[in-house]
Design a protein around this ligand. Sequence first.
Ligand SMILES: Cc1cc2nc3c(=O)[nH]c(=O)nc-3n(C[C@H](O)[C@H](O)[C@H](O)COP(=O)(O)OP(=O)(O)OC[C@H]3O[C@@H](n4cnc5c(N)ncnc54)[C@H](O)[C@@H]3O)c2cc1C
Length: 440
Amino acid sequence: MTEIPRSCDVLVIGGGPAGSSAATHLAQSGIDVVLLERAVFPRNQVGESLIPHIWKYTDMTGVSEKIEREGFLAKAGGITVWDDKIHQILFSDFGYTRPGLHVERDIFDDILLKHAESCGASVFNEVAVRDIDFGDSRWPQAFYTDKRGHGNHDGAIRCQYIIDASGHSSFLANQFKSRQTISSQLNFLALWGYFHNSRFVGVDRCSHAEQDLTNVKPVTLVMSFEGGWLWHIVLRGKTSVGLIVPTDRTRGMDRRQREVFFKQTCASLPYLSQLLEPASFIEGSLQFRPDYSYYSTNVCGENYYCIGDSGAFVDPIFSHGVQNALYNAAAATLAIKESLKNSKQRLRYSQLCESRMQQFYGFSRALSLGDFGSNGVNPGLVKNLMKSLPPLELELILVASEMTNRSDNFRRLAREAGVLGQFEENFSGRTSVAIEALNF
Ligand SMILES: Cc1cc2nc3c(=O)[nH]c(=O)nc-3n(C[C@H](O)[C@H](O)[C@H](O)COP(=O)(O)OP(=O)(O)OC[C@H]3O[C@@H](n4cnc5c(N)ncnc54)[C@H](O)[C@@H]3O)c2cc1C
């Protein structure tokens, strides 16, 4: 069993997309990085729909080819059925030459983590970080429990920088008590499970049997229903179905009752029930997560960076989670690399990084959470980001913002930033089609 070093330049907590990408960026620059992951990879994870924006980050770390080689399902875009209106987005309409993906996250995340290791990061599975002592600000110390082999062993490691990539357990935000749940009146619960042999929605807006995946490109289906929404994401050999419902709807239910609720709701909804007609639920696959929209008021400091879900997470409706994790990893490691060269400026670099990360987060939040999610978002930062996006990327996001009724803030900010007018005429109406257009 390889011994965990007693010190390193950068310690990364967690081996999801954020942590593994950060470790890769640093190792590729010759920085001594140790990554501690409490699970054994490959491990399960929700979040199977990836938008084409991820490729620019996977190109940066050099892992794109390994992802392509795995042969994940390429998706052409998305279809939403929202308040009885249908919208369709095709990535190719916006100049994207590479597809989005439907990925089994255990496999996808494992590719990224193995890539980090192959680039020189020291990766340890089954090691859970318990506490960070920031008493010595130049050399914070992390205390961990090593669960490898027989029994648990406690240990400690010193480092110059901590990257918290611990996902929704928000390790540092909990230690700092800076984690806030978004909105107390409108909290949602996510329930998701997997089916064998579901039909899927193709790029032609028709429903197809699973065998047709070799001929017809799939799209992600998102649909609103009674105060919530659902996703249908076809994978290789199974399909992920998730329901986002107001927490009140399942209050007081135990696990078995939630499973009954999940199956009954899936069977009662138009389109979804038709897709699932020949399908069988994979018993034991139901999972749920309450209050999943949150943020931390403190994500970067002179010796720590909270990236990916550890710092914030908004509603997954626009599949921004993995993209955000990869973006944060690139931004934080750039700041750390500069800080290692010029330690006098390290506070300044961390502040710049915080502002960049809050900007992207505010952007996602304005896009996904309607009016109720606007507290804490800095509108000026979001507008600046809108103005700096490449035109086609901006147009794609603006079209996406018409697909649901969640993006009122976003469209208002886009108008104020002066970026809506130039595209509005071009796209409005183009993507909305009559409900009958779905040929099931
Ligand atoms: C219901 C739902 C649906 C979603 N759908 C999508 C989607 O379709 N597309 C999309 O892009 N995103 C989606 N997401 C979001 C996406 O899954 C996350 O944004 C993404 O996984 C974030 O990556 P991460 O590396 O920050 O965290 P994670 O992937 O959660 O990885 C964190 C890792 O840290 C480890 N860890 C935690 N604590 C410790 C500790 N103390 N010590 C050591 N290790 C630790 C964990 O074991 C884990 O492996 C969805 C999220 C939810 C809740």
